[in-house]
Design a protein around this ligand. Structure first.
Ligand SMILES: [Zn+2]
Length: 373
């Protein structure tokens, strides 16, 4: 049974590509898709506030289960009434399963039949995540969309390893699905399709995940260092199997052109730390590609970061000033740079939605491919 507080409506399909315009409804509000979800690792998107995110037009953010479980602890967040109350973001939230952090932070000790044994990257303490435990933690956090425990492989992974991992992921997803069914409280549990870069494994994983009938589907294990053409090919292989009436989420994607290419292949939802992390490193998005604003060439450049950008930072400040702030390590520059990069992504999603509605998405994508180098 799927909780009726969560639903997806397909509004329009693009005729020239597989792009989709849709709408997700949750207990905390509506999300227009395609959508990008900024990552609030510890419940907060780094360097900016919940009010900033609202002004930038974001409708959903992501919280990291691994980090929030370790600090401040999901029990404390439950005591507060959930993550929405704790962090002041009264809009939809998606929480991940924690699996990706365990694998990417090298915290993993052992994968057993029951789950994942890991050590905290903070104090070395031992912890075990099982499919049920991960659901319980996410219930405490209270996100609108939650994810099941899965195995995230690095690239490259052998076909044998990828196959074994997808079988285990499928078993865990079934356990998570059964447990979620029994303890439903309005959160939507998505399925995750793994299978590394092997088309036949992606097909098997997609079929197995579909059999479990989730309210939404994610594609995992991509954007982990594989060549772009393989990432796009795997996306195409999987989306062919996904039902039209459920949202599709490609995990870990945040580069502007890659977002549009994935939208063209039928993806609705994205998340990534890249736009915010890049911003804090001084790598800024512009309509003509990435800019390293700390470079000496911007010392006397008094133009806005991006002359085509309508963000409050570009309206007021220039490149030389932003470069100067980075040079003197002025803390406020992290906020300014983050606002610019997130505005760029929010605006990109808005334009994608508008062009899908107007039937002009394909030409918009072509134009972007030419301009963004
Ligand atoms: Zn800007």
């Amino acid at each position: 049974m799927v909780d009726d507080r969560f639903s997806y409506k397909l509004i329009r399909k693009d005729s020239a590509t597989n792009a989709r315009r849709g709408q997700i409804t949750t207990a905390h509000g509506t999300i227009e898709t395609p959508v990008f979800m900024p990552v609030g690792t510890y419940g907060s998107v780094k360097a900016i506030s919940a009010a900033d995110l609202e002004e930038l037009g974001f409708e959903i953010i992501l919280g990291n289960t691994y980090h929030l479980y370790l600090r401040p602890g999901d029990d404390l967040i439950a005591d507060c009434g959930g993550l929405h109350r704790f962090n002041g973001w009264n809009h939809p939230i998606l929480t991940d399963s924690g699996g990706y952090q365990i694998f990417s932070l090298k915290s993993l000790v052992k994968i057993t039949e029951e789950g994942v044994l890991f050590r905290s990257h903070i104090d070395g303490s031992s912890h075990m995540f099982t499919p049920q435990k991960v659901i319980d933690i996410q219930k405490n956090l209270g996100g609108d969309i939650i994810m099941p425990l899965d195995i995230c492989l690095e690239y490259p992974a052998s076909k044998t390893e990828a196959y074994q991992s997808l079988l285990k992921t499928d078993r865990w997803e079934k356990e998570a699905r059964d447990y979620w069914d029994k303890t439903q409280n309005g959160q939507a549990l998505f399925g995750i399709v793994q299978g590394s870069v092997y088309p036949e494994l992606r097909k098997i994983a997609a079929e197995k995940t579909m059999e479990l009938d989730f309210p939404g589907y994610a594609i995992g294990g991509l954007s982990v260092g594989e060549p772009l053409n393989l990432m796009y090919e795997m996306t195409e292989v999987v989306t062919e199997f996904l039902p039209e009436d459920k949202p599709r989420y490609l995990m870990g994607l945040g580069s502007p052109l890659e977002l549009l290419e994935a939208i063209a292949r039928g993806i609705d939802m994205f998340d990534c730390v890249m736009p915010t992390r890049n911003a804090r490193n001084g790598t800024l998005f512009t309509s003509r590609g990435k800019m390293t604003v700390k470079a000496a060439s911007y010392k006397y450049d008094f133009r806005p970061i991006d002359e085509d950008c309508g963000c409050p930072v570009c309206e007021r400040y220039n490149r030389a000033y932003i470069r100067h702030l980075f040079n003197v390590s002025e803390p406020n520059v992290l906020r300014l740079a983050t606002i610019h990069n997130l505005f760029f992504i929010s605006d990109l999603m808005k334009k994608a939605r508008e062009h899908i509605e107007a039937g002009s998405f394909h030409s918009y994508l072509e134009h972007f491919r030419q301009a963004y180098v």
